[in-house]
Design a protein around this ligand. Structure first.
Ligand SMILES: *Cc1c(COP(=O)(O)O)cnc(C)c1O
Length: 431
């Protein structure tokens, strides 16, 4: 036993992790066994949910065939959409490689279900950065604003909860769709639990029953046993290079929900009249299925990494959201490092631990869609995949880094230890 431990510490040392950093991490890890057990149990539940859906939908080898051209009767694509609908307990689903990313899936869903003169409401404050241009909060070509869709926003209260009176006042005869972002994204507000989202939806529907409630579920899938679609969301949207792709999907997005709204999305994605009938799956189906099958386990590893990071950096005196002991509603961990140097060192550590491109040094740059320079660390098999171990930090106060992913807990752990090592090496923390 002792010898085994020494061996692991020795391998870490050859990889650049000092004995001191390793020992610090080991002490933290020892305190997390109960949390980790809970995470294991959620993964078990969700694994069974996915397998059951695959069995009910009679997934077969033929589903993995390469289909090109128009893609009429693409069995793999159609069956996968059934699997998503079964898993998330919705009437219908649209799961396609032609949906290029999460922002696209959200833009598609909004533009498909809103018409000129309609109003979009965010009752949870500012949406994810890239959505600002989709909506037209920041003027942008092709935005919803250009098509005559207006936007209203109700900010969260200072404690991160919903401002119910202001939400009630904001709902009017034009309000057609309410967008609820589950995950904090690049903010330091809390992420919402599925239960909280359910309460908000019930409140909104109590005021205006026919309003469409859409949840941006990015980073939230399989973190809890229930999903927003289990608590009244009419539409739920996400990216396949995050949780539900399980690290294997090379591209893609999904929308699940009520049939009539999914049909709108399909007609918008392809063409009026064609809808879901076209859109060949181009050989990605095996990865989509296998990734979805692995997703609960992959999310488990990412969650353990997030909990580990929270506890490490909290112990060192940094502000972390969520904190070390809070329950989790997404896989993102925010750590406020307080300086640009801290954000850069952290991200360079994550990069240095990657299986791919570990020898490159990330630097901040002006990324399309974001309003400040951003540093991104990702040595991923799939470019930009953030279910793989990755860290992003906008170079603006409060200089917070957003850490997420890890296809395995072991790799997430290594990445966090490496981030800590870089911080120690730069003199930004002392253990
Ligand atoms: C990642 C993310 C998006 C956008 O997804 P991309 O795939 O990066 O375009 C939208 N909303 C939230 C909450 C996200 O985390």
């Amino acid at each position: 036993m002792l010898e085994e431990k020494q061996t692991v510490a020795a391998i870490y040392e050859t990889l650049g992790i000092s004995r001191e950093v390793y020992a610090f991490g080991s002490e933290i890890e020892k305190t997390l066994q109960e949390r980790f057990e809970e995470i294991d149990q959620t993964a078990e539940y969700n694994q069974l949910k996915v397998v059951q859906a695959m069995q009910e939908c009679r997934v077969s080898e033929g589903c993995f065939n390469y289909v090109s051209g128009y893609g009429y009767n693409d069995q793999g694509r159609d069956t996968l959409e059934e699997v998503y609908a079964h898993t998330f307990h919705t009437e219908a689903a649209l799961v396609r490689p032609q949906i290029t990313c999460g922002t696209h899936a959200l833009a598609l869903t909004l533009s498909a279900n809103l018409r000129p003169g309609d109003e979009l409401l965010s009752p949870v404050g500012k949406p994810y950065d890239t959505l600002e241009e989709v909506i037209g909060i920041r003027p942008s070509k092709g935005s919803l604003a250009e098509y005559g869709v207006t936007y209203r926003q109700v900010d969260l209260l200072s404690d991160g909860t919903f401002d119910y009176p202001a939400i009630k006042a904001a709902i009017n005869e034009k309000t057609k769709l309410v967008t609820i972002q589950r995950s904090k994204g690049y903010q330091t507000r809390p992420s919402f639990s599925v239960k909280q989202i359910g309460e908000l939806i019930a409140f909104v529907k109590g005021i205006k029953p026919d309003v469409i409630c859409m949840v941006d579920n990015c980073y939230g899938e399989f973190v809890e046993r229930m999903e927003p679609s289990d608590v009244g969301a009419d539409l739920m949207v996400g990216s396949l290079i995050k949780n539900p792709g399980g690290g294997l999907a090379p591209i893609g997005g999904y929308v699940v929900g009520k049939q009539e709204y999914i049909d709108q999305c399909a007609y918008r994605l392809t063409s009026p009249g064609l809808g879901k009938e076209v859109g060949a799956s181009l050989g990605v189906m095996k990865d989509f299925y296998q990734g979805f099958f692995l997703a609960p386990t992959v999310v488990k590893g990412a969650l353990k990494g997030a909990v580990f990071a929270a506890n490490i950096y909290e112990k060192l005196g940094f502000s972390v959201v969520p904190n070390g002991s809070e329950s989790r509603h997404d896989i993102i961990q925010a750590v406020t490092l307080g300086t640009p140097e801290g954000v850069i060192a952290f991200c360079q550590g994550i990069q240095a631990a990657a299986p791919v491109d570990s020898y490159v040094t990330p630097e901040p740059w002006a990324m399309p869609g974001y309003d400040s320079d951003v540093i991104m660390a990702a040595g991923a098999f799939v470019q930009g995949s953030s279910i793989e171990l990755s860290a992003d930090g906008p170079i603006k106060p409060p200089y917070a880094v957003y850490f997420q992913g890890g296809l395995t807990w072991e790799h997430a752990k290594f990445g966090i230890l490496m981030s800590l090592q870089k911080m120690v090496d730069k003199g930004l923390v002392t253990l």
